[in-house]
Design a protein around this ligand. Structure first.
Ligand code: 5GP
Length: 220
């Protein structure tokens, strides 16, 4: 996790953090790209969602998700603890507010692996902090291949997965950037490029005013 000092050092001028949202249908590479980004960039943190979905093998509570039961999720909703929440495939998922607001002020960037519903809600609440990126699979055949590669699922399960993926794809136009992922390395480079540009946006570089004022100081 990046410290405040590291963040200032990296950016030279103080800036506001951003919220990088990565969405895609399953099978388009979102999980891989997220992992690559978190490993390569010490200045972005994953926003860990809360969910009512049961834990899958290999998942760690507090790292992949905060796994909570229905009454706990209800309480979190009532107490206004979420920036957004939504039903996704029958379970509830939500983005906890804690840490994000203060982190953004300090210049911390956050990565969100959330669906189109959460993206819309975050955009409505924090438009200027949000950068929305959508990954598309290179073709329908490739998507089908990726969703069947485990080889153990029934045709009904596969058909269900395909139709969910296509439903997610239909929201592609609610994003600022769209990348067709036909090569994971290139896709990752493109996401890094977007992040680098967005970090330089004038509005985010809150340290600029003082810096430029100093540049314009009359020299005698
Ligand atoms: P999975 O259960 O496979 O980890 O995730 C299922 C879907 O839920 C994915 O599309 C993921 O992006 C989405 N998701 C995960 N966390 C959140 C969240 O906090 N809010 C919303 N709206 N969607 C989420």
């Amino acid at each position: 996790m990046a410290t405040d000092t590291q963040i200032r050092h990296d950016d030279a001028l103080h800036r506001r953090g951003l919220m990088l949202i990565l969405s895609s249908p399953s099978g388009a590479g979102k999980t891989t790209v997220s992992r690559m980004l978190l490993e390569a960039d010490g200045f972005i943190r994953l926003s860990v969602s809360a969910t009512t979905r049961p834990m899958r093998p290999g998942e760690i509570d507090g790292t992949h998700y905060h796994f909570v039961d229905e009454p706990t999720f209800d309480r979190m909703v009532e107490d206004g603890e979420f920036m957004e929440w939504a039903y996704v495939f029958g379970y509830r998922y939500g983005t906890p507010k804690s840490q994000i607001k203060a982190g953004l002020r300090e210049g911390v960037d956050f990565l969100f692996d959330i669906d189109w519903q959460g993206t819309q809600q975050l955009y409505q609440k924090a438009e200027t902090d949000v950068v929305r990126v959508f990954l598309l699979p290179p073709s329908i055949d490739e998507l089908h291949r990726r969703l069947t590669s485990r080889g153990t699922d029934s045709p009904e399960v596969i058909a269900d997965r395909m139709s969910r993926a296509q439903a997610e794809i239909s929201h592609w136009d609610g994003y600022d950037y769209v990348i067709v992922n036909d090569n994971i390395e290139q896709c990752f480079e493109k996401v890094c490029g977007i992040l680098a540009s967005e970090r330089l946006s004038r509005a985010r570089q809150t340290g600029l005013i003082g810096f430029v004022r100093e540049l314009m100081r009359p020299v005698v």
